[in-house]
Design a protein around this ligand. Structure first.
Ligand code: SDX
Length: 434
């Protein structure tokens, strides 16, 4: 019998009357979990939760989302404070090490990252293999994976020092490789990183400087880039982070794991939504067409979805979307840009949030709804939007990977299934098949 103080769930098989007592595990916040690790050995049954709507895949101290209240915390700090008061380097340190750095720690951490921003010169030859019109996410899937072919001295996943160097290399080199993907698509020469610039400044410099003219760093744009990097850094066990953890559970090296995260993020249901939002706004074109698209979004026969709306966890405003919307106004105003797509987006948001279909399903704008408008104003082509998401999320991915690697017992993730295929049947020679 279980200890009365220990919360448990008792499962009763209504056909046999058999009882199974399962322990409940509790966290700091959020739903408690029924620990089903012994369910199969006790009952011979699996749980069934195909898209993990009610499954906790791990314990984590990094990020917490309260979907009903629209709250996002990184190591206990509210995203609304981090986005306004911190730099991305501070948030990277927070995600990786659990604390905001003091001045000395920030200087040392930023220095490590700065010293790893260049890539091996032969990485350039990897880019040469792609078509100039390749989607930059396709390029990133490739080149990030090839980092394992260049940085052999930091692939031992059991060595904490090599894990640390790999984490720094990945955070540091993602902007360089992303900028190289942009330059490659434009047929422009690559721009080397500069050690005198901040992370956000360096990324803008590598993306937009040309040999003939240095990119002029404008404070509103730099601030917006810093904020976008912070807002996309981590988000609990989303699809791409879960992909990174599953890849890491097989003891794959961190470069390969991050490459797997990039592939998962690319999907329009996930990180690819920021590109899809802009394409959707282009398709809507004018406020007068909004009702037709709202109708399509509600039509189950129509695959069209309102991109940038809805979320598995948030059943309230995504706090990142609120911050992004504020930044949209700031950046466009400071740059003197009057983008009709912002007006269109705001009208679409207003109409959708008054529609019972969206209200009943608690569908609100998510982080992707406004980000593309800012990125477009900053000069990024729409194909680069998800690449920027990947640059930022690398900090979260590698922090979650590090957390998993530091657990006492790393076990390979290996879900089971409900088999609904054919029962065993006799083999039929090809000459006898109908
Ligand atoms: C990100 O997980 C994360 O944390 C992700 C992320 C992160 O930081 O890592 O936050 C980043 O991926 C944000 C989400 C970006 N994706 C989009 O904006 C694409 C559009 N959104 C949808 O595809 C959808 O809302 C999802 C994928 C985001 C969530 O899908 P769920 O949780 O599986 O929800 P669902 O499909 O079960 O929807 C529930 C209902 C359904 O209607 P009913 O069957 O109940 O009648 O809501 C409807 C859906 O049809 N619905 C939508 C809709 N999203 C859900 N209807 C129209 N337009 C939408 N966008």
């Amino acid at each position: 019998m279980s200890d009365d103080k220990q919360p448990t769930f008792t499962l009763i098989n209504n056909q046999t009357g058999e009882e199974s007592i399962l322990p409940v595990v509790e966290g700091t916040y959020g739903p408690h979990c029924i620990d089903v690790r012994k369910l199969y050995s006790q009952t011979g049954y699996f749980t069934f939760d195909p898209s993990f709507t009610a499954t906790g895949s791990c314990k984590s101290k990094i990020t917490y989302i309260d979907g009903d209240e629209g709250i996002l915390l990184h190591r206990g700090y509210n995203i609304k404070e981090l986005a306004v008061k911190s730099t991305y380097m501070e948030v990277c340190h927070l995600l990786l090490h659990g604390e905001l750095p003091n001045e000395a720690e920030l200087k040392e951490f930023s220095g490590h990252i700065t010293n790893h921003t260049m890539v091996h010169e032969q990485v350039k030859s990897v880019y040469q293999g792609f078509r100039r019109d390749a989607h930059p996410m396709a390029i990133m899937c490739g080149v990030v994976g090839t980092m394992a072919a260049f940085y052999h001295d930091s692939l031992d996943i059991w060595d904490p020092e090599q894990r640390r160097i790999s984490a720094h290399r990945l955070i540091a080199k993602m902007p360089t490789m992303a900028a190289m993907a942009l330059k490659y698509s434009k047929g422009q020469p690559y721009v080397y990183p500069r050690n005198d610039l901040t992370y956000a400044e360096n990324f803008l410099h590598m993306c937009f400087s040309v040999p003939a003219e240095e990119y002029k760093l404008r404070p509103p744009v730099v601030r917006a880039m810093e904020r976008i990097l912070i807002l996309h850094a981590d988000h609990e066990q989303n699809a791409s982070t879960s992909t990174v953890r599953l890849a890491g559970s097989s003891q794959a090296n961190p470069m390969a794991c991050i490459a797997s995260g990039i592939t998962s993020l690319w999907g329009p249901a996930h990180g690819g939504a920021n590109q899809s939002v802009l394409e959707m706004l282009d398709e809507i074109g004018d406020k007068k067409n909004i009702p037709e698209f709202i109708k399509r979004a509600k039509d189950k026969e129509d695959p069209f979805r309102l991109m940038g709306f809805g979320h598995r966890v948030y059943k309230n405003f995504d706090p990142r979307a609120e911050i992004m919307r504020e930044s949209c106004h700031e950046v466009l105003e400071e740059l003197g840009i009057n983008d009709p797509q912002l007006e269109l987006a705001m009208e679409l948001e207003k109409i959708a949030l008054e529609d019972p279909y969206f209200i009943d399903r608690k569908l609100f704008p998510n982080v992707d709804f406004y980000s593309g408008i800012i990125l477009k104003a900053m000069g990024f082509p729409v194909e680069m939007f998800t690449v920027l998401f990947a640059v930022s999320r690398t900090a979260g991915w590698i922090s979650q990977w590090k957390e998993m690697m530091e657990e006492k017992s790393l076990r390979i993730g290996r879900p089971r299934q409900l088999y609904t295929g054919e029962a065993e049947r006799p083999y039929v020679e090809v000459s006898k098949r109908k």
